[in-house]
Ligand binder design. Structure first.
Ligand SMILES: NC(=O)c1ccc[n+]([C@@H]2O[C@H](COP(=O)([O-])OP(=O)(O)OC[C@H]3O[C@@H](n4cnc5c(N)ncnc54)[C@H](OP(=O)(O)O)[C@@H]3O)[C@@H](O)[C@H]2O)c1
Length: 268
């Protein structure tokens, strides 16, 4: 029996995966905001942790709660996301997509590493978009105060997660915990968010051709049943891809790591 923590576990890929692992008899914690969706999974045996992960302090609280509940964690699967056509700032002062889809994963991966290291074959799966070229981090304006768009925020979060994988492996060279970046490709999920009408229409069209969520369960399960041997790896569904996308990735990962520590210390 494995202990699996899933952020974005109340819907989409995370919820499908939670239901599958609960049926196998695993101990599953799902983190999300929606109490009805969380309650439905709790009815199947999940531990529902209600939290708004776009708030830095909530990530700390969730990590403390999970560490108190579980002696070890076999897998941390991170898939919370939320699209916004219009820029939104969290009460912490961060652009909301950057906060939810990147800062949360930065904080949880580090905060739960101690519990992961106690497991037999621990793995972090960061569901994002590795293997695709993306624009560089907006180093002088990571909050996208200038030139925000929903897609630009999503692309920046994707790039930040690519670099997070590299930074995690560089920061923790001797851990047993494997870090995996997983690109699920287009999947027909809830696509949680606030869309303007043209974007909403585009998303509905995309959902009609995207693969069903159930198709992501086997490759995700395989990563957890038998984590890759490399400290950092990346997959497009079940196909290995290079976790590096530009020659400057290592330097960018270190730069983002330092910037993130600074942002978390000072707030923006
Ligand atoms: N679907 C795709 O085509 C696709 C493609 C590439 C990458 N991905 C990546 O795959 C992962 C999963 O995506 P998905 O499409 O399965 O997601 P989804 O169906 O849109 O569900 C989003 C999840 O995030 C949670 N969430 C949203 N805001 C939150 C907040 N402030 N605090 C805590 N939880 C929050 C939602 O929970 P509540 O409703 O409970 O708040 C929900 O469980 C994401 O990282 C996404 O970027 C997906």
């Amino acid at each position: 029996m494995k202990t699996i923590v899933i952020t974005g576990g109340t819907d989409g890929i995370g919820a499908a995966f939670a239901r599958h692992r609960l049926a196998l008899g695993d101990q599953v914690a799902v983190v999300g905001r929606d109490k009805d969706k969380g309650g439905a999974l709790a009815g199947l045996g999940a531990h529902f942790v209600p939290a708004d992960l776009s708030l830095v302090a909530e990530n700390g609280r969730v990590a403390v709660e999970l560490a108190a509940r579980y002696d070890w964690i076999d897998a941390l699967v991170m898939g919370a996301r939320y699209f916004r056509t219009h820029r939104h700032e969290t009460p912490d002062g961060f652009e909301a997509c950057f906060a939810l889809e990147y800062l949360s994963r930065f904080v949880l991966g580090r905060s739960l590493l101690d519990r992961l290291e106690r497991a037999a074959a621990p793995v972090v799966v960061n569901i994002s978009g590795p293997g695709l070229a993306k624009p560089e981090i907006h180093w002088d304006d990571p909050g996208l105060r200038r030139g925000y768009s929903g897609p630009a925020a999503q692309m920046q979060a994707g790039r930040a997660n690519d670099l997070l994988g590299l930074a995690f492996a560089a920061e923790h060279p001797h851990v047993r915990t494997r870090y995996v970046l997983l690109n699920p490709g287009p999947v027909a999920t809830s696509f949680a968010g606030e869309y303007d009408p043209p974007t909403a229409a585009f998303v509905e069209q995309m959902k009609r051709t995207a693969r069903p969520v159930a198709e992501l369960v086997p490759p995700l399960s395989a990563l957890i049943n038998e984590p890759p041997t490399a400290p950092l790896s990346a997959f497009a569904i079940d196909r290995p891809v290079d976790p590096h996308t530009t020659p400057g990735d290592a330097a960018a990962a270190e730069r983002l790591h330092r910037l993130t520590l600074d942002l978390l210390a000072t707030g923006r």
